[in-house]
Design a protein around this ligand. Structure first.
Ligand code: GAR
Length: 194
Protein backbone atom coordinates (compact mmCIF):
# COMPACT_ATOMS: atom_id res chain seq x y z
CA UNK A 1 0.00 0.00 0.00
CA UNK A 2 1.28 3.41 -0.95
CA UNK A 3 1.31 6.02 1.82
CA UNK A 4 -0.32 9.28 0.79
CA UNK A 5 -0.23 12.81 2.24
CA UNK A 6 -2.84 15.33 1.17
CA UNK A 7 -1.93 19.05 1.24
CA UNK A 8 -4.83 21.51 1.47
CA UNK A 9 -5.42 25.15 2.42
CA UNK A 10 -9.20 25.51 2.45
CA UNK A 11 -12.51 23.71 2.54
CA UNK A 12 -11.15 20.28 1.73
CA UNK A 13 -13.98 18.79 -0.32
CA UNK A 14 -11.38 17.12 -2.53
CA UNK A 15 -9.51 15.88 0.53
CA UNK A 16 -12.71 14.23 1.73
CA UNK A 17 -13.44 12.74 -1.71
CA UNK A 18 -9.98 11.17 -1.76
CA UNK A 19 -10.30 9.82 1.79
CA UNK A 20 -13.74 8.36 1.03
CA UNK A 21 -12.40 6.64 -2.08
CA UNK A 22 -9.51 5.25 -0.04
CA UNK A 23 -11.89 3.98 2.69
CA UNK A 24 -14.19 2.42 0.06
CA UNK A 25 -11.25 0.51 -1.40
CA UNK A 26 -11.15 2.53 -4.62
CA UNK A 27 -7.66 3.85 -3.92
CA UNK A 28 -4.97 1.31 -3.28
CA UNK A 29 -3.19 3.39 -0.66
CA UNK A 30 -3.41 4.87 2.82
CA UNK A 31 -4.08 8.54 3.46
CA UNK A 32 -1.67 8.89 6.38
CA UNK A 33 -1.40 12.65 6.84
CA UNK A 34 -3.07 15.98 6.10
CA UNK A 35 -0.69 18.92 5.71
CA UNK A 36 -2.13 22.44 5.87
CA UNK A 37 -0.71 25.95 5.86
CA UNK A 38 -3.93 27.32 7.39
CA UNK A 39 -4.79 26.54 11.01
CA UNK A 40 -8.37 27.77 10.43
CA UNK A 41 -9.05 25.69 7.32
CA UNK A 42 -12.27 23.66 7.36
CA UNK A 43 -10.31 20.72 5.97
CA UNK A 44 -8.95 20.16 9.51
CA UNK A 45 -12.50 19.45 10.74
CA UNK A 46 -13.06 17.06 7.85
CA UNK A 47 -9.97 15.04 8.85
CA UNK A 48 -11.14 14.43 12.44
CA UNK A 49 -13.87 11.78 11.88
CA UNK A 50 -11.43 9.79 9.74
CA UNK A 51 -8.73 9.96 12.43
CA UNK A 52 -6.21 11.35 10.00
CA UNK A 53 -3.33 13.19 11.71
CA UNK A 54 -2.89 16.84 10.73
CA UNK A 55 0.37 18.71 10.38
CA UNK A 56 -0.56 22.40 10.44
CA UNK A 57 2.14 25.03 10.03
CA UNK A 58 2.21 28.82 9.80
CA UNK A 59 4.47 29.86 6.92
CA UNK A 60 4.88 33.32 8.49
CA UNK A 61 6.80 31.81 11.39
CA UNK A 62 9.55 30.54 9.09
CA UNK A 63 12.38 32.50 7.46
CA UNK A 64 11.93 30.90 4.07
CA UNK A 65 10.00 28.36 2.00
CA UNK A 66 13.03 26.11 2.28
CA UNK A 67 12.75 26.21 6.09
CA UNK A 68 9.08 25.22 6.24
CA UNK A 69 9.43 22.65 3.49
CA UNK A 70 12.28 21.02 5.42
CA UNK A 71 9.91 20.73 8.39
CA UNK A 72 7.21 19.25 6.13
CA UNK A 73 9.75 16.83 4.66
CA UNK A 74 10.60 15.58 8.17
CA UNK A 75 6.91 14.91 8.79
CA UNK A 76 6.51 13.14 5.45
CA UNK A 77 9.48 10.93 6.26
CA UNK A 78 8.11 10.20 9.72
CA UNK A 79 4.90 8.87 8.12
CA UNK A 80 6.69 7.09 5.26
CA UNK A 81 4.88 9.18 2.63
CA UNK A 82 5.40 8.06 -0.96
CA UNK A 83 2.82 10.17 -2.81
CA UNK A 84 1.73 13.79 -2.27
CA UNK A 85 -1.73 14.90 -3.38
CA UNK A 86 -2.36 18.66 -3.54
CA UNK A 87 -6.04 19.44 -3.00
CA UNK A 88 -6.51 23.19 -3.00
CA UNK A 89 -3.04 23.81 -1.52
CA UNK A 90 -2.53 27.40 -2.56
CA UNK A 91 1.29 27.53 -2.58
CA UNK A 92 3.99 26.70 -5.07
CA UNK A 93 6.00 23.62 -4.16
CA UNK A 94 9.68 24.51 -3.80
CA UNK A 95 12.85 22.58 -4.69
CA UNK A 96 13.13 21.03 -1.20
CA UNK A 97 9.98 18.93 -1.65
CA UNK A 98 10.23 18.62 -5.45
CA UNK A 99 13.68 17.07 -5.36
CA UNK A 100 12.50 14.37 -2.92
CA UNK A 101 9.17 13.63 -4.58
CA UNK A 102 9.81 14.07 -8.29
CA UNK A 103 6.97 12.43 -10.26
CA UNK A 104 5.12 11.77 -7.01
CA UNK A 105 3.26 15.05 -6.49
CA UNK A 106 -0.19 15.51 -8.06
CA UNK A 107 -2.33 18.63 -8.31
CA UNK A 108 -5.94 19.24 -9.31
CA UNK A 109 -6.92 22.47 -11.01
CA UNK A 110 -10.40 23.69 -11.98
CA UNK A 111 -9.77 24.47 -15.68
CA UNK A 112 -8.57 22.78 -18.82
CA UNK A 113 -4.90 23.69 -18.42
CA UNK A 114 -2.96 25.41 -19.86
CA UNK A 115 -6.01 27.70 -19.97
CA UNK A 116 -6.76 29.75 -16.83
CA UNK A 117 -3.94 28.83 -14.42
CA UNK A 118 -3.67 30.52 -11.01
CA UNK A 119 -6.33 31.86 -8.69
CA UNK A 120 -10.08 31.71 -9.35
CA UNK A 121 -9.85 29.64 -12.52
CA UNK A 122 -13.64 29.16 -12.58
CA UNK A 123 -14.18 32.93 -12.39
CA UNK A 124 -11.57 33.47 -15.11
CA UNK A 125 -13.36 31.01 -17.44
CA UNK A 126 -16.78 32.48 -16.62
CA UNK A 127 -15.57 36.05 -17.27
CA UNK A 128 -13.94 35.00 -20.54
CA UNK A 129 -17.33 33.56 -21.63
CA UNK A 130 -15.74 30.34 -22.89
CA UNK A 131 -18.19 27.58 -23.85
CA UNK A 132 -16.10 24.78 -22.36
CA UNK A 133 -13.91 24.61 -19.28
CA UNK A 134 -13.11 21.65 -17.04
CA UNK A 135 -10.77 19.96 -14.60
CA UNK A 136 -7.12 18.94 -14.94
CA UNK A 137 -5.01 16.60 -12.83
CA UNK A 138 -1.28 16.95 -13.46
CA UNK A 139 2.13 16.17 -12.03
CA UNK A 140 3.63 19.12 -10.21
CA UNK A 141 6.78 20.88 -11.32
CA UNK A 142 8.29 24.24 -10.24
CA UNK A 143 5.61 26.32 -12.03
CA UNK A 144 2.10 27.42 -11.12
CA UNK A 145 -0.40 24.84 -12.42
CA UNK A 146 2.15 23.55 -14.93
CA UNK A 147 3.68 20.06 -15.23
CA UNK A 148 2.67 17.02 -17.30
CA UNK A 149 -1.09 16.55 -17.61
CA UNK A 150 -2.44 13.16 -16.52
CA UNK A 151 -6.23 13.48 -16.95
CA UNK A 152 -8.74 16.13 -17.99
CA UNK A 153 -12.50 16.30 -18.10
CA UNK A 154 -14.52 18.98 -19.86
CA UNK A 155 -17.51 20.92 -18.52
CA UNK A 156 -19.82 22.89 -20.81
CA UNK A 157 -20.80 26.43 -19.85
CA UNK A 158 -24.11 27.81 -20.99
CA UNK A 159 -24.25 31.61 -21.21
CA UNK A 160 -27.04 31.63 -18.58
CA UNK A 161 -24.95 29.68 -16.03
CA UNK A 162 -23.83 31.62 -12.97
CA UNK A 163 -20.26 31.24 -11.78
CA UNK A 164 -21.61 29.32 -8.76
CA UNK A 165 -23.35 26.79 -11.01
CA UNK A 166 -20.18 26.22 -13.02
CA UNK A 167 -18.25 25.89 -9.75
CA UNK A 168 -20.68 23.22 -8.48
CA UNK A 169 -20.42 21.23 -11.71
CA UNK A 170 -16.62 21.46 -11.69
CA UNK A 171 -16.40 20.29 -8.09
CA UNK A 172 -18.67 17.32 -8.74
CA UNK A 173 -16.30 16.23 -11.51
CA UNK A 174 -13.23 16.87 -9.33
CA UNK A 175 -14.57 14.53 -6.65
CA UNK A 176 -14.65 11.59 -9.05
CA UNK A 177 -11.75 12.48 -11.37
CA UNK A 178 -9.19 13.00 -8.60
CA UNK A 179 -9.63 9.62 -6.84
CA UNK A 180 -9.68 7.82 -10.22
CA UNK A 181 -6.50 9.59 -11.35
CA UNK A 182 -4.74 8.91 -8.05
CA UNK A 183 -5.53 5.21 -8.45
CA UNK A 184 -4.26 5.31 -12.05
CA UNK A 185 -0.95 6.85 -10.89
CA UNK A 186 -0.60 4.33 -8.03
CA UNK A 187 -1.02 1.46 -10.50
CA UNK A 188 1.67 2.98 -12.73
CA UNK A 189 4.02 3.44 -9.77
CA UNK A 190 3.47 -0.17 -8.73
CA UNK A 191 4.18 -1.46 -12.24
CA UNK A 192 7.42 0.52 -12.31
CA UNK A 193 8.50 -1.08 -9.05
CA UNK A 194 7.18 1.17 -6.37
C1 GAR B 1 -10.49 22.92 -6.04
O1 GAR B 1 -11.48 23.35 -6.94
C2 GAR B 1 -9.15 22.81 -6.74
O2 GAR B 1 -9.29 22.44 -8.08
C3 GAR B 1 -8.61 24.22 -6.60
O3 GAR B 1 -8.97 24.59 -5.30
C4 GAR B 1 -10.23 24.01 -4.98
C5 GAR B 1 -10.17 23.42 -3.58
O4 GAR B 1 -11.43 23.00 -3.17
N1 GAR B 1 -7.19 24.26 -6.81
C6 GAR B 1 -6.57 25.25 -7.46
O5 GAR B 1 -7.13 26.24 -7.89
C7 GAR B 1 -5.08 25.03 -7.65
N2 GAR B 1 -4.51 26.04 -8.46
P1 GAR B 1 -11.61 22.06 -1.91
O6 GAR B 1 -10.85 22.72 -0.76
O7 GAR B 1 -13.09 22.02 -1.66
O8 GAR B 1 -11.04 20.72 -2.24
Amino acid sequence: MINIAVFASGSGSNFEAVVRAERNGNIDGNVKLLVTDNANAFVIERAAPYNIPVYSFNPKLFDSKEAFERKILNKLEEYGIELIVLAGYMRLIGPTLLSHYEGRILNIHPSLLPAFPGLDAVGQAHDAKVKVTGVTVHFVDHGMDTGPIITQEAVKIDERDSKEEVQRRIQRIEHSLYPATIQFVIEKLKRSGG
